[in-house]
Structure formats: structure tokens, C-alpha cells
Write a protein that binds this ligand. Structure first.
Ligand code: FES
Ligand SMILES: [Fe+2]
Length: 382
């Protein structure tokens, strides 16, 4: 079937800006792991769609603020993560859990009129914690997170992420492609046979097959005039799902596996796809997890933040950092195979390029694109 996505959706700046307003601003967005925010003053700072955000722990309470000092707009936290009070290094202003400001030498040097002083505080964002996954919402009137992810998906993300250990390694890729190419790729279970033939496919034989029932539903959906918000939200919830994906060829067997509290006890590849831009996988039957966050930066640029974590350690062991490091190297090979193709596709796209042709096995993407185009055409709003 012919794709409904025009090339502009991948290459055009005005399209990207509209997508930020219509899709990302109303939705809950992943921002980091709770295990990285476990101490007083621990923080995570990220820029989502051009808005700098800090999530900070205040004596156990997590708060999300705009990471911009109201004085001269210096970023308050400069590192992507760490442990440090919410304090601006430029002129020493500090901020409490309500976003209120303490200004040294206020009376002698600043002398703000009362009215102006009342406006000087940090902009706060809504925050939700699902197990170990921290989400923020940039809108003034956030939709309940249950309307974004259904109850089953929330429960599954919660249970699996609660298995995470506290030791985490992160790595960031600056990828030159539109963020949608990667989610389309993640819902394409046929490509590993070719693209990852010498890596991932050696261990897991992903089995692409056509779900005739799902395909039929997609074909009906693609005829539908999608104007009802409730219907659109229900469809969006169906784009996020997760759990067991494919059985493993041979049971995973690494020296450190007995040292962690494995998530479940099945030799399966686990996969969670949280629409629009979060992907979590466990490629060794719940012994460790890779959390991929695809942050849209521009129409042709995506920041790829990847977190590696094992399941909870039963007790500390000397080589745990090396285990995580080995993980990053293993995942790097597979990720680079994907990134290389996405970047090739991005370079090939141009205004006026002919549409893609989806096979029936790609029915999930075919459904999502109809939903997405209806949103972008303003038929419904989130
Ligand atoms: S810019 Fe932050 S205290 Fe001056
Ligand atoms: Fe892939």
C-alpha cells in the first residue's frame, strides 16, 4: 500500500514546528530514569524540542522546571546529570522545590519592584513517574498519562522498569535523520534478517508475519475520517505496547547473570515501544535493559540518548561497570547499523520524492501514519 507520508514530514522545518506543537507538546515525554534521581539534589537536564528542562530531587520530591535562570537566562544545571543544588553559577541565585528564588544581595543590588519580584520564579512542568521511568509534560493542561498509554502498557512499563539496578551508563548519538524514521524502523520486524544479519539476528530470529485481523483493521482505519478525539486517543494508546517479543535462539548465559535479580524467567527478547519516541528492550531475557530515547532536534536531526542498566544486583560485584561498558559496545554495533540506514534515507529524501510503498506486514506503521496525518491536518487535537 502506498504511504500517506509526504517527504515534507521528514525534511521541512515548518512541518517540524507544527509537529512539536500538535504532537509533542500535548504528550508526556520521557526525560530520564528515577534511579538517576535517587539522592537529594540529584538532577537530570535535557532539552526537549528546544525547551531546556531540569528534573531535580528535593529531599525525595521530584520536580520539573524550565532549566533557565530568570535573571540573565543562564542554564541553571549545565551538566546533563549529576548531584548539585539548583543554583545558578553566574550570580548565585538559588531555587527551592516550588521554583521560588533566593537572591543574594537582593536589597542592595537588584531592588526589583514588588510586582516584578512576584513574577520571578521558575516555570514548572508536570511530572509523572511510572516505575523507574520519569515523564514530563510541557503543556499547561496535561492530558492524564493513562490516556496516552493504556493501563496494560503502563503496568508493563512499571513492572519491568522496577527491575532496574541503580548503576546506569548513558551514551548519546547525534543522528542525522528525522525521528519518525526510527520509530517506523522499530515497528518493522522484517529488517533484522538483512540489516542485522551478522549481529542481532544471530541471537534472535524475529519473525515478521502478517496479522490478517490487524491488517484488516488498518485497512478500515485508513478509510476513516478521524475527527473524534476519544477515538484518536484510543488509537494512539494502541501504538504503544510491550513485553515478550521473540524467543531467543539459545538461553542467554553470561557470568554476571546469576548476580542479578532477573526480570521474569523467560528466554525471550523483550520489547516495549512507547509512542512516540521511547523504546526499551531486553535482549537477554530480562537480565539487562537498553532504554532508547529519540529526542527530535530538527527535521533532519535526532538526539539518541541510550541508557544501559542491568537488572538489580543481588550484591555489588567488582566488574559491574565493565559489564555495562561491554553492553554499550554490543548495542553500538546494532544501533550503528540502524542509524546508517536512517541517515541514508534522510539524505535521499527531497521535496517531490515519490511516496514509500508499505508491504502488508507493515500494517502497524500504515495505521499510525493515517492517524498522524489526520492530526497534522488538524482533523483532531490531542
Ligand atoms: S543569570 Fe543566574 S544568577 Fe544571574
Ligand atoms: Fe534495527
Amino acid at each position: 500500500m502506498q504511504s500517506k507520508m509526504p517527504p515534507q514530514a521528514y525534511i521541512d522545518q515548518a512541518w517540524f514546528d507544527r509537529e512539536r506543537d500538535l504532537l509533542f507538546k500535548p504528550l508526556w515525554q520521557f526525560i530520564g530514569l528515577k534511579v538517576m534521581l535517587d539522592k537529594h539534589n540529584s538532577f537530570i537536564a535535557r532539552t526537549l524540542f528546544g525547551i531546556p528542562i531540569v528534573v531535580q530531587n528535593f529531599r525525595g520530591e521530584l520536580r520539573a522546571f524550565e532549566n533557565v535562570c530568570p535573571h540573565r537566562q543562564n542554564p541553571i544545571q549545565v551538566e546533563p546529570q549529576g548531584v548539585r543544588p539548583l543554583f545558578c553559577g553566574y550570580h548565585g541565585w538559588s531555587f527551592d522545590s516550588e521554583g521560588a528564588t533566593k537572591i543574594p544581595h537582593e536589597d542592595t543590588l537588584y531592588r526589583y519592584p514588588q510586582e516584578e519580584r512576584a513574577c520571578i520564579h521558575l516555570r514548572r512542568f508536570a511530572l509523572e513517574v511510572v516505575g523507574n521511568l520519569v515523564f514530563v509534560n510541557l503543556s499547561d493542561n496535561p492530558l492524564p498519562i493513562k490516556q496516552q498509554f493504556g493501563a496494560a502498557m503502563l503496568a508493563s512499563m512499571k513492572a519491568s522498569s522496577e527491575a532496574y539496578d541503580t548503576e546506569v551508563i548513558t551514551t548519546t548519538y547525534d543522528a542525522k535523520f528525522n525521528w519518525k524514521l526510527i520509530y517506523e524502523n522499530l515497528r518493522d520486524s522484517h529488517h533484522p534478517r538483512y540489516l542485522h544479519a551478522r549481529t542481532l539476528y544471530q541471537d534472535v530470529k524475529f519473525d515478521a508475519k502478517i496479522d490478517e485481523f490487524g491488517l484488516e483493521a488498518t485497512q478500515r482505519l485508513r478509510q476513516e475520517d478521524l475527527t473524534d478525539r476519544g477515538r484518536a486517543l484510543a488509537l494512539m494508546r494502541s501504538f504503544s505496547f510491550g513485553g515478550r517479543d521473540a524467543p531467543m535462539e539459545s538461553p542467554p548465559n553470561e557470568f554476571w547473570h546469576p548476580l542479578v535479580e532477573r526480570y521474569r524467567d523467560q528466554d525471550w527478547y523483550y520489547n516495549w515501544l512507547a509512542y512516540p519516541n521511547l523504546h526499551i528492550a531486553s535482549s537477554n531475557g530480562g537480565h539487562s535493559f537498553t532504554i532508547e530515547h529519540h529526542i527530535p532536534v530538527g527535521p533532519g536531526r535526532t538526539e539518541f540518548v541510550v541508557y544501559f542498566v542491568t537488572a538489580k544486583k543481588k550484591r555489588p560485584y567488582a566488574t559491574s561497570a565493565a559489564v555495562l561498558h561491554a553492553h554499550t559496545l554490543g548495542a553500538d554495533k546494532i544501533l550503528r547499523e540502524d542509524i546508517e540506514v536512517m541517515e541514508q534515507i534522510q539524505r535521499t529524501l527531497y521535496e517531490g520524492a515519490r511516496p514509500a510503498h508499505l508491504g502488508d506486514y507493515e500494517f502497524i506503521n500504515a495505521g499510525i501514519e493515517h492517524w498522524y496525518m489526520s492530526l497534522m491536518e488538524g482533523k483532531f487535537a490531542l
